[in-house]
Design a protein around this ligand. Structure first.
Ligand code: G6P
Length: 494
């Protein structure tokens, strides 16, 4: 008994709090002279975790590219902080996962399969088709999830709290629980969850493994009640789990008697980081870009959208709606400019490259149809420039956020916070943010191009005072749960 205890404690780490996500807080590049260069990322998770001031907290993430892998391989146990990298005061363990395994797990399963299922993205007459290649990818996804579980098990102190993030890591909670039953494990889905009829597209064993993987957590978090209930529906229908929709619990009885476990579901609607955004949006680099945009817009009204070039963001139908607006309401000719920033994402996937090409093609058509010597109806950029995005937020008269389906959509929450003089928000009812912002947004069905064009018109013609009032209320709702509190709430609920 004594020996066992010693064995276990020597096998455990010292971190009282751990976060696990595919994409970590830093990434590496290689400079001309061959040295590694470090870049810090942003986003809700990064600012959320900054609420933890325990120096022993550890963030476990994957090496995403060759330079990351080199950094991870060179650091002792992949611990970037111990290799002298300035990772922002946090301890970061970056996993040097074999590149083929990583590609199959990230591109094949996470982004081409689970992401497509949760966002309802398949053109089902031809896709998906779960063939032998998929089985190779699934084996890689399992290995990748196992690598995370092993690293977490090695770093975690006895009884530690572990917060596992997103669809990349749906198997990790159950794998980790098997290795370290002493831990408190949370999982958080940043995506929507598919309804059961669509979720069933997955092969039966895969569908069950993803659900039971997450149910390995003590608590499974979602961005809205809608996504939490969809998850519960899938557990009920596919696993025969017992669901309590009031208490938000899922109880699963295992294959052998007595193996009953209950997972609590939680809803945490990540909000915008107002302090950060307001400060960042008024730095000189943003002001410079704002001046450039103002010059290009020339006093006309603006419709702004900012997205990853992402299939679920519905950029193509957004452009179609703008074209419909210009075709059917010629009074807007020369009086409006659509600013569309779509920065690159997941370009390893053919679907994403084709989608970006379609966005460019349609933008070209709109330009050809309406542009004059003095008026460019559309400013499209497909590269990333965060200060330029903030400048567009400040300038927007109308923000267009029309995803097919979205876990939350932080742009919808950020624009009202940063807006200089009030901005009408055209918002898809399929975005998680709609649950909180519906009252003061102009709601659209993302598939209805004509209704979207009508909403753009309503936004453009909204009285200034009404627009300012709505923006104030939108900003208040959007910042109700800032990232640090979002993170701490999950931690204390564990
Ligand atoms: C979504 C996912 C995140 C992901 C992000 C960017 O928000 O929920 O997990 O990190 O998209 O996608 P990427 O594939 O570039 O990490």
């Amino acid at each position: 008994m004594g020996d066992l205890t010693t064995e276990r404690s020597s096998a455990t780490g010292t971190a009282p709090v751990l976060v696990a996500s595919n994409r970590g807080p830093v990434s590496f590049g290689t400079a001309d002279d061959g040295t590694l260069t470090l870049r810090r990322g942003g986003g809700g998770l990064v600012s959320g975790l900054s609420a933890i001031d325990d120096p022993n907290a550890v963030w476990v993430c994957a090496a995403l590219g060759a330079a990351d892998r080199r950094a991870a391989a060179e650091a002792p146990d992949g611990r970037l902080d111990r290799a002298g990298h300035d990772v922002g005061g946090q301890a970061v363990r970056m996993l040097d996962i074999d590149p083929d395994t990583f590609a199959c797990a990230y591109n094949g399963v996470a982004n081409s399969t689970l992401w497509f299922v949760h966002h309802l993205l398949y053109a089902t007459p031809t896709a998906p088709s779960f063939d032998a290649d998929f089985r190779t990818e699934w084996a890689a996804y399992t290995a990748y999830n196992t690598a995370f579980a092993e690293a977490l098990a090695a770093e975690a102190a006895p009884g530690a709290a572990v917060l596992v993030q997103d669809y990349h890591l749906s198997l990790t909670p159950a794998l980790l629980r098997a290795a370290r039953p002493d831990l408190r494990i949370g999982h958080f889905s940043h995506t929507p969850w598919a309804p059961p009829d669509y979720y069933r597209l997955l092969p039966d064993d895969v569908a069950r493994a993803v659900l039971t993987g997450i149910l390995g957590a003590d608590r499974a978090g979602f961005l809205t009640r809608r996504w939490a209930l969809a998850f519960a529906d899938c557990c009920e229908e596919l696993l025969g789990a017992v669901v309590d929709r009031e208490a938000l619990t899922v109880t699963l009885t295992g294959p052998s008697a007595g193996e009953t476990r209950t997972t609590r579901l939680g809803v945490h609607a990540l909000g915008a980081d107002a302090d950060f955004l307001r400060e960042r949006a008024h730095r000189p680099d943003v002001d410079e870009r704002l001046a450039v945009l103002r010059e290009a817009v020339g006093g006309r009204r603006t419709i702004v959208r900012v997205d990853r070039t992402e299939l679920s963001k519905n950029i193509v139908r957004g452009l179609q709606a703008y074209r419909h607006l210009l075709r059917t309401r010629p009074e807007w000719h020369d009086r409006v400019v659509h600013i569309a920033f779509a920065y690159p994402s997941r370009t390893d996937l053919a679907e994403y490259r084709a989608y970006t090409a379609e966005v460019r093609r349609l933008a070209g058509e709109i330009d050809a149809e309406f542009a004059t010597d003095t008026w460019k109806p559309l400013i499209l950029h497909v590269d990333d420039d965060f200060p330029r995005s903030l400048a567009a937020y400040r300038l927007a008269d109308v923000a267009l956020v029309n995803p097919i389906r979205d876990g939350m959509n932080l742009v919808a929450k950020e624009v009202p916070v940063v807006s200089d003089h009030g901005c009408a928000l055209v918002l898809s009812r399929e975005a998680g943010a709609h649950a909180e912002l519906a009252e003061d947004a102009l709601t659209v069905n993302p598939y209805d191009v004509i209704a979207t064009a009508d909403a753009l018109h309503a936004g453009l013609t909204m009285a200034e005072e009404e627009r300012a009032d709505r923006t104030k209320r939108l900003a208040a709702a959007a910042t109700a749960l800032p990232p640090q509190q979002w993170f701490l709430d999950q931690l204390s609920a564990l």
